[in-house]
Ligand binder design. Structure first.
Ligand code: NAD
Ligand code: UDX
Length: 444
């Protein structure tokens, strides 16, 4: 089939490349010429495991191309995915300007039947707005062209995006257009052959499903983060509690890890947008409001621990930071807890030496030159002469570090473990002062 992916970010590029991998002919369009230049030079603008190989293979096979040419891209696809950003507006609601602009650019050019797919995360009712925008553009041109609008939210996780797309738990398709539904079934049939993973529903329920999924996952994390604060006070270990409750199949193990707070381009903005949308409907989502508040507090928990240990004035103190990306296996820094931690520590007079295996360029771009902040080119180098180590992102290379080396490099062996990667008993045996999240001392 002929497919166009509008927006070549995390979602659009993965969608385009993975659909090309299944034999479709895909054109990826972006308004950012720099991204298209990088892609046309055989590289990818983001760090996403496995994606470069899929992109190169399909470009070579002639099934995948990248362009800034809107005319060509709109003409090409029978199915056009809109995968542009939906960042938070000032009031927290999702800013739909990029989605509507993409819809208009389609309406300004289309000459035959198209399925327009909302892949971006968009509030309930957006499909109607997309339809209206296209209708308006067609009316301006004085032409009548049939089209279907479909909601097909994306559930991939960064760092595992290719695998998630190739082996989806489910494919949600919201549609009230029979022809569009048939085409979506055909497009996704290679992904659903062994097991029918497609759930077809009405447009609004499909749009809602995406927010509900992210809200539920964020809720689990904030719930555990709050319990972790209490566990420290009452002398319980949140890691043991996590295993204890996760073994109940009604609860399950995933997304119960207490840590330095959730970040990324989805949970923070989608929780905000759902809270805001509900407020507008007069249905305050109290649980979700608390989820967001708890996460804001949680991003400061590591700093609070540093302050308790070293005092509120950190002038003359130096800290090593391991991990800057919002999670491992990505260079995405959007809403990363590390950004809050850096700001807070610097504002208290500390100096910092930060290291991340892949997000360093992105971190430098976002944080810029700051007095007191330096970047180390290796994990070990960040430690030299520091008062303590803060583990912020649980990259694999931080999981079993050389603890003797850490002890030798730090002024005193103090580790703030923001992702509960190190066993408190082992740390004690090694003579390292360990501050985890929710790891109260049993029998204190
Ligand atoms: P992104 O910021 O990485 O990429 C968006 C791209 O769209 C940019 O390259 C931008 O230049 C381009 N763009 C904007 N307007 C355009 C236009 N009119 N025509 C062509 N290109 C245009 O965004 P992302 O992280 O891929 O997210 C996209 C959407 O998918 C958001 O709604 C997000 O919530 C949702 N989503 C993201 C993830 C994720 O893990 N990143 C997962 C699921 C859903
Ligand atoms: C999320 C959703 O998982 C995905 O389905 C959706 O499509 C996009 O948003 P992503 O943001 O890429 O994916 O990463 P995810 O693995 O969900 O992690 C989000 C944040 O939650 C990270 O900061 C991570 O560190 C944190 N997290 C995750 C926890 O603190 N504890 C956990 O148990 C799991």
């Amino acid at each position: 089939m002929k497919v166009t992916a509008i927006g070549t970010g995390y979602v659009g590029l993965v969608t385009g490349a993975c659909l090309a991998e299944m034999g479709n002919h895909v054109v990826c369009l972006d308004v950012n010429p720099e991204k298209i230049r990088i892609l046309n030079e055989g590289e990818i603008p983001i760090h996403e495991p496995g994606l470069l190989e899929v992109v190169r293979r399909n470009v070579e096979a002639g099934r995948l191309q990248f362009t800034t040419n809107v005319d060509m891209a709109v003409q090409h696809g029978t199915i056009l995915f809109i995968g542009v950003g939906t960042p938070p507006d000032e009031d927290g609601s999702a800013d739909l300007q990029y989605v509507i602009a993409a819809a208009r650019s389609i309406g300004q050019r289309m000459t035959d039947y198209k399925v327009i797919v909302d892949k971006s995360t968009v509030p309930v009712g957006t499909a109607d707005k997309v339809k209206a925008a296209i209708d308006e553009e067609l009316a301006k041109r004085g032409v009548e062209v049939q089209f279907g609008v479909v909601s097909n939210p994306e559930f991939l996780k960064e760092g595992a995006a290719v695998e998630d797309f190739m082996k989806p738990d489910r494919i949600i398709v919201g549609s009230d257009d029979e022809q569009a539904t048939l085409l979506m079934r055909a497009l996704y049939s290679p992904f659903t052959r062994n097991h029918d993973r497609m759930q077809v529903m009405d447009l609004r329920s499909a749009e809602f499903t995406k927010y509900a999924a992210n809200a539920m996952l964020a809720t689990r994390i904030s719930f555990m983060n709050e319990l972790a604060l209490l566990a420290e006070k009452v002398g319980a270990d949140i890691e043991l509690v996590r295993r204890g409750i996760g073994s109940d199949p009604r609860i399950g193990y995933s997304f119960l890890y207490a840590g330095a707070g959730y970040g990324g381009s989805c949970f923070p903005k989608d929780v905000k947008a759902l809270v805001r949308a509900a407020q507008d409907e007069g249905i305050p989502l109290r649980v979700l409001t608390a989820v967001e508040e708890a996460n804001e507090r949680q991003k400061r928990v590591l700093v609070d621990k540093v302050v308790t240990r070293f005092g509120a004035d950190l002038t003359g103190r130096r800290f090593a930071l391991w991990g800057l990306a919002f999670k491992p296996n990505t260079d995405d820094m959007r809403e990363a807890p590390a950004l809050v931690i850096v700001e807070e520590l610097l504002s208290r007079g500390a100096t910092l030496s930060a290291y991340d295996p892949v997000a360093m360029t992105e971190a430098k771009r976002i944080l810029g030159e700051r007095p007191g902040l330096s970047f180390a080119d290796k994990a070990d180098a960040a430690l030299e002469g520091a008062d303590a180590l803060l583990l912020v992102t649980e990259w694999k290379e931080f999981k079993s570090p050389d603890f003797d080396g850490i002890k030798a490099a730090l002024k005193q062996p103090v580790v703030f473990d923001g992702r509960n990667q190190y066993e408190p008993s082992l740390m004690k045996a090694l003579g390292i002062e360990h501050h985890g999240i929710g790891r109260g001392t049993p029998g204190r």
